[in-house]
Ligand binder design. Structure first.
Ligand SMILES: [Zn+2]
Length: 300
C-alpha cells in the first residue's frame, strides 16, 4: 500500500518526467523511495546483503546443529554475556553467536588441515569475495605456495582480522535466512536445551545463573514481537488463522516458546513463534512443536 502511495505522490510531483518504455511497467526505484526511506537507508536501517556463498555456510550450520556438543565451542559455561542471552531476549542472539562460531571453527580448521587443497583457486576466489564485502586482504604469495603448501594457512592467519569481519557479515546473512525456517529453529532450540540440561558442569557460572529453570520475561520487547509477527506473516503458525487484525477482530497474539522453558528452552529470539490463544493453550508446556505450515508464493 505504501508503495502505491509513494508512486502516486512521485507521479504527481513529476508530471513531466521522462516517459518509460511501454513494456517496462514500473517507475524507476528512486521514485518509490521517499525522503524518509532514504534517510533510513543512510541510518543503516537496510542491509546490502550480498548472499555470496552463504547457502554453503547455512548448510554447514544446519549440519552442526543436530549435535548438542557443538555448543561447547561457544564457551557459554563461563561467559556471563552469553548466559544473559538465554535469560532475556537480546538483539544479538545466541543463534548469531552459534552461526559465527561454527563458521569460524570450521573454516579455520579446514584451512589448517587442507592448505594444499585451497592454495590454487581459493586465494583468487577470496580476493573477489573480500572485494565485494569491501574488506582488505593482502596479496597471496603464489610463488612461495609451490614450495610450501602451508603458505595458504599462513596467509589466512595474516589476514585474520579481515576474516573475522567477513564471518560477522556472513553471520548476519545466514541468520536472515535460517531465522525464517522454524524447523531449523526447533532443532537449534532442542540441541541447545539438551546441552544446557545435560552438559553444563555443576560448578560452572552458567549452572549457577540459570539455576533450575529460566523464567518468562515480564514483557517482550517490541522489536521481537514485530519481527516474529512479520516472519510468521501475522498468522498462527499452527491453525493459520489471521492475527493481523485486518481480516478478523480476534487479535489475541501469543509469542510461544518453541521449546518450552521447563524443557530447557531459552528466551533467545530464535525460540519464538506466533500462535493464536486457542493453539497456545492447546500446546502443552511439554511440547516443542514448531509450526511448519507455509503459504507458497503461488499454487501448482
Ligand atoms: Zn491457532
Amino acid at each position: 500500500m505504501e508503495l502505491d502511495k509513494h508512486s502516486r505522490d512521485a507521479g504527481d510531483r513529476q508530471p513531466h518526467r521522462r516517459q518509460q518504455p511501454v513494456n517496462a511497467g514500473y517507475a524507476p526505484i528512486s521514485d518509490y523511495i521517499s525522503e524518509r526511506k532514504a534517510t533510513l537507508i543512510m541510518l543503516d536501517a537496510y542491509r546490502d546483503f550480498l548472499f555470496q556463498d552463504i547457502y554453503e555456510f547455512a548448510s554447514l550450520v544446519e549440519g552442526c546443529v543436530v549435535d548438542p556438543l557443538t555448543f561447547i565451542e561457544l564457551g557459554i559455561e563461563d561467559d556471563t554475556s552469553l548466559i544473559e542471552r538465554l535469560l532475556k531476549p537480546h538483539k544479538l542472539t545466541l543463534l548469531h553467536e552459534y552461526i559465527f562460531t561454527m563458521i569460524r571453527v570450521w573454516q579455520s580448521q579446514d584451512y589448517r588441515n587442507n592448505p594444499d587443497y585451497y592454495m590454487d583457486a581459493a586465494p583468487e576466489r577470496l580476493r573477489q569475495i573480500f572485494e565485494e564485502y569491501r574488506l582488505p586482504l593482502t596479496v597471496f604469495p603464489a610463488d612461495e605456495a609451490h614450495e610450501d603448501s602451508y603458505v595458504f594457512y599462513k596467509w589466512f592467519q595474516e589476514n585474520q582480522e579481515s576474516f573475522f569481519q567477513y564471518w560477522e557479515q556472513v553471520t548476519d546473512e545466514v541468520f536472515h535466512i535460517v531465522f525464517a525456517n522454524r524447523r531449523f529453529l526447533q532443532r537449534f532450540g532442542l540441541s541447545l536445551a539438551e546441552y544446557l540440561t545435560s552438559e553444563l558442569s555443576d560448578g560452572s557460572e552458567a549452572r549457577k545463573m540459570i539455576g533450575r529453570r529460566i523464567c518468562r520475561p515480564g514483557r517482550y520487547p517490541m522489536w521481537l514481537k514485530t519481527a516474529v509477527f512479520h516472519r510468521d506473516h501475522g498468522r498462527c503458525v499452527f491453525c493459520m488463522c489471521d492475527l493481523s487484525g485486518l481480516i478478523s477482530t480476534d487479535r489475541r497474539v501469543h509469542l510461544d516458546h518453541i521449546v518450552p522453558l521447563n524443557r530447557g528452552g531459552s528466551n533467545d529470539p530464535s525460540n519464538f513463534q506466533l500462535l493464536c490463544e486457542a493453539c497456545n493453550l492447546e500446546k502443552s508446556d511439554r511440547s516443542s512443536r514448531a509450526g511448519r505450515l507455509y503459504i507458497p508464493w503461488w499454487g501448482y
